[in-house]
Design a protein around this ligand. Structure first.
Ligand SMILES: CCCCCCCCCCCCC[C@@H](O)CC(=O)SCCNC(=O)CCNC(=O)[C@H](O)C(C)(C)COP(=O)(O)OP(=O)(O)OC[C@H]1O[C@@H](n2cnc3c(N)ncnc32)[C@H](O)[C@@H]1OP(=O)(O)O
Length: 357
């Protein structure tokens, strides 16, 4: 005797869905031949564990390929219509076979199905538009960061190579006119470095804000207040050491970022970016502290930025008091940024090692 499983059906404009009520179905054979679907499988149906089968002659032509997927409870079959359209019934027979019923879980009438298509299309369009927007933002951000890093690289390279050449050409004499020959470009590059603070603050680059603020703020103070405001500092060799140490790291750091913009790296450059700060950072901080200490008598003498006190007291608070305690904060800043850079280095090389394994 032929056993027929319960079959539920629903349609869309482009496909037919059949749900065959068979648990633990095995040896499933489903195919379409001359527009008739043939199904055969073993499983638990209304008559217990048995072999079940059925055939359905479709109302309109369908494509021969059939997809099916069985779960523990049922077998789901999807058949593609040959032509897009809405069928008035599933089979050629006017009288519906007894084992066939509408699948109300998936059932839609024609207008609902059209609405579903429209919604899907709208969703797809929205997704496409947001992806375009995102891509636009990413490429704008990448372009902006690339140009920023390139400009900084060119600026700091100009400073570094000029200072090196001048050192070879003029020897010790070159130490005394660094400010006059390099300060314009240094002011430009350091002012531009505000971009780094803003990028960190607005999440354009994934880095913490505090180390960047300490780094940029510290250099601003030295460049604009100590060197920029005191002519007496301009001819001091300390300017040479500060500028040389600042630019040394940047000729590796910025090209490293330029490559990072395109998710590329050059191993040697990565190693240099995350290693040479180790001697340069304390040396740079030391040179900055020397500059601060050297400026103290000048501020005392000129009373620049001093805060006048009421006439009755008759004196003023010299700016040099701030400078006397500043080295303590500079060493604290150095310690904090050292830890940050050390963490960045460990993270970078640890991930690299993991990737290599
Ligand atoms: C008025 C205030 C007074 C304050 C007084 C306190 C003063 C404190 C002073 C402290 C002493 C300072 C001494 C110092 O000035 C002396 C010197 O500089 S000597 C020279 C040696 N110096 C250095 O080596 C420091 C160089 N600077 C830096 O490394 C950074 O400025 C720093 C913020 C310290 C660290 O950088 P960051 O946190 O960004 O680390 P990463 O490089 O690892 O970057 C993290 C990820 O972000 C991506 N990124 C970052 N920037 C960019 C960019 N411009 N373009 C593209 N991508 C960028 C980077 O690729 C990393 O991404 P991923 O991890 O995915 O690879």
């Amino acid at each position: 005797m032929t056993l027929t499983p319960l079959v539920y059906w629903a349609q869309r404009h482009e496909e037919i869905y059949l749900r065959v009520e068979l648990t633990d179905a095995q040896n499933i054979d489903v195919h379409v031949h001359e527009n008739v679907l043939h199904f055969r499988a073993q499983g638990h149906g209304a008559k217990g564990l048995n072999e079940y089968n059925f055939s359905l002659e479709f109302f309109s032509p369908v494509k021969p390929g059939v997809r099916h997927k069985s779960t523990q409870r049922q077998v789901n079959i999807t058949v593609q219509k040959e032509q897009r359209g809405w069928w008035e019934r599933l089979t050629t027979q006017v009288r519906k076979p007894v084992f066939l019923a509408p699948d109300f879980d998936r059932w839609l009438d024609e207008s609902d199905a059209e609405m579903e298509i429209r919604e899907k299309e709208e969703k797809r369009n929205r997704l496409k538009a947001s992806r375009h927007k995102e891509e636009g933002f990413v490429s704008l951000k990448t372009g902006f960061l690339f140009v920023y890093n390139l400009v900084q690289f060119l600026g700091f390279s100009w400073i570094f190579f000029n200072m090196t050449v001048r050192l070879f050409m003029f020897g010790q004499d070159s130490l005394y006119d660094t400010y006059h020959t390099m300060s314009d470009v240094m002011f430009f590059c350091q002012t531009l470095a505000v971009v780094e603070v803003l990028s960190a603050a607005f999440g354009i680059v994934q880095t913490s804000v505090l180390p960047t603020v300490l780094q940029v703020g510290g250099r601003f103070f030295i460049l604009f207040i100590i060197f920029g405001c005191l002519e007496e500092m301009h001819h001091r060799p300390v300017v040479f050491f500060v500028f040389y140490l600042w630019s040394f790291i940047e000729i590796f750091r910025y090209p490293f970022y330029m490559l990072a913009c395109f998710n590329t790296e050059w191993k040697t450059l990565t190693w240099l970016r995350y290693t040479i700060w180790m001697p340069l950072y304390p040396l740079g901080a030391l040179a900055e502290v020397v500059a601060v200490i050297q400026s103290i008598p000048i501020f005392d003498e000129t009373q620049l930025f001093s805060i006048p006190l009421p006439k009755a007291i008759g004196t003023s608070i010299s700016f040099s008091y701030i400078l006397r305690v500043l080295p303590v904060f500079m060493f604290l800043g150095l310690y904090s940024n050292w830890r940050h850079l050390y963490k960045q280095r460990t993270k970078r090389f640890r991930t690299k090692k993991r990737k290599a394994n």
